[in-house]
Ligand binder design. Structure first.
Ligand SMILES: Cc1cc2nc3c(=O)[nH]c(=O)nc-3n(C[C@H](O)[C@H](O)[C@H](O)COP(=O)(O)OP(=O)(O)OC[C@H]3O[C@@H](n4cnc5c(N)ncnc54)[C@H](O)[C@@H]3O)c2cc1C
Length: 395
């Protein structure tokens, strides 16, 4: 397993590493520095601070994977409010697709208290061949550090070829810790995942350079290939009741927690997320005025959906940020998306790749949004919105 190595012969007991470590993972024993492996995230700050170069980081998995080392495709199953996070189900769908192409197994990793174990059924019905269930009382309410230590052990033992996390609050915090533990790379916030079957390389695409271009990244020399994927960009798999449910129970020690949860305070008002909306009417700068935004809101209401906006409308103060769609806003995957006066900039398109049917209204017949649209309406969006509202009200 990868880890921090302290050469006791070289260590002079100066304690500079202990003062530098942000994780409090180092301590003194018999006048020499020692490491608490469960706490260490291998950030490397101590190696830089050591005046006698007594500390080094050993990484496993640094050699390219050979033919014999083909592994399975794993997805981390995140639990929110006692349910599988929708993003994790999307990842299982992708794991299924990748595993089929690599002739491997799609595996979901489920970590939590006894109550989460029955959720393994949902994971198998969503496409997993097998669920590795790290379940039991001692795994309830873990923090990222403990999850990372458990996943690190699992990876070292079972050697998956690919491991995916949702780019959720937990996934964004957990995935880099796991990657550091096992000494591999991580592509964060992917919007597209493809596979080069011949080289068994996961092609991980994400916005780069401030969102001005899309970069495709591969991890040729280390395993597993790790990525976090934005919620809503992958299609949701259909559950198949006929799929076999296979659960492999895994037990391990839970490392000593570094933090203690004192209390949970629920925010008084939580703005409704548009990420799960099935119908969205989105407005861009072409809507012309703040008062016209009310038309998009009205149409969304009449259709039983939500309204979205482009970033300039948030910058203008016409809408709350919670309604912004795109790379720096929400990723949405509605069944129907109606865009009104939106040009279709790459940063906006990054947030709508999962939309099923797109109707775009724009005065410019060459607007880039039309390349993404299923139906193109060349015209004034304010007029079209008024007409649609009138027709729906007259029904
Ligand atoms: C790092 C970075 C992150 C970003 N993140 C995001 C993000 O998350 N979300 C986002 O949306 N943007 C984001 N942007 C901004 C993005 O680059 C675009 O500037 C923005 O999406 C353009 O918004 P728009 O389509 O409303 O405006 P414009 O590009 O100005 O387009 C307006 C469109 O309206 C049409 N139009 C004009 N009048 C009418 C009319 N009467 N009826 C119909 N059509 C009309 C025009 O033909 C034009 O196509 C980001 C930019 C950067 C650099």
């Amino acid at each position: 397993m990868s880890g921090l190595r302290i050469d006791r012969e070289l260590c002079i007991g100066c304690e500079s590493c202990i003062m530098t470590c942000p994780q409090n993972a180092l301590f003194m024993e018999d006048g020499k520095a020692q490491v608490d492996r469960d706490a260490c995230v291998m950030c490397g700050m101590c190696t830089d601070s050591c005046p006698v170069e007594a500390i080094s980081i050993e990484k496993s998995g640094t050699s390219p994977m050979g033919e014999a080392e083909k592994g399975d495709v794993w997805a981390f199953a995140e639990i929110t409010d006692g349910e599988i996070h929708s993003c994790s189900k999307e990842l299982i769908g992708k794991a299924r697709e990748l595993a089929d192409r690599l002739e491997a197994e799609a595996v979901a990793v489920l970590v939590g208290g006894d109550s989460v174990k029955p959720l393994a059924g949902t994971l198998c019905r969503s496409g997993a061949d097998r669920v590795i269930a790290v379940c039991g009382e001692k795994f309830e309410g873990l923090f990222e550090e403990e999850y990372a230590a458990i996943l690190g052990k699992l990876i070292d033992e079972k050697k998956p070829e690919i491991l995916m996390f949702g780019a959720t609050e937990l996934g964004r915090s957990l995935a880099p810790r796991v990657a550091a533990k096992v000494g591999t790379g991580l592509t964060a916030d992917c919007t597209i995942l493809e596979i080069d079957e011949e080289k068994r390389l996961l092609k991980q695409t994400r916005p780069a350079f401030g969102g001005n271009l899309m970069a495709t990244i591969v991890c040729p020399n280390h395993r597993p290939q790790m990525a976090t994927v934005r919620p809503g960009v992958l299609p949701m798999p259909q559950e198949d009741e006929n799929r076999k449910i296979v659960v492999e129970q895994y037990d391990t020690d839970v490392p000593k927690p570094l933090k203690e949860l004192i209390s949970v305070v629920k925010a008084e008002s939580e703005a409704k997320s548009i990420s799960d909306a099935k119908i969205i009417v989105s407005a861009g700068r072409g809507i012309g005025a703040k008062k016209n935004l009310a038309l998009a809101q009205e149409l969304a209401e009449l259709l039983g959906g939500e309204y979205g906006v482009t970033r300039p409308l948030v910058d203008l103060g016409w809408s709350e940020y919670t309604h912004q769609v795109g790379q720096t806003g929400c990723t949405v995957a509605p069944k129907l998306l109606i865009t009104c006066g939106i040009s279709g900039a790459i940063q906006h398109l990054a947030g709508i790749s999962g939309a099923e049917t797109v109707i775009a209204i724009n005065t410019d017949k060459d607007a880039p949004i039309f390349a993404r649209a299923d139906y193109a309406v060349v015209g004034d969006c304010v007029e079209v919105l008024k007409e649609l509202i009138a027709q729906l009200k007259n029904k």
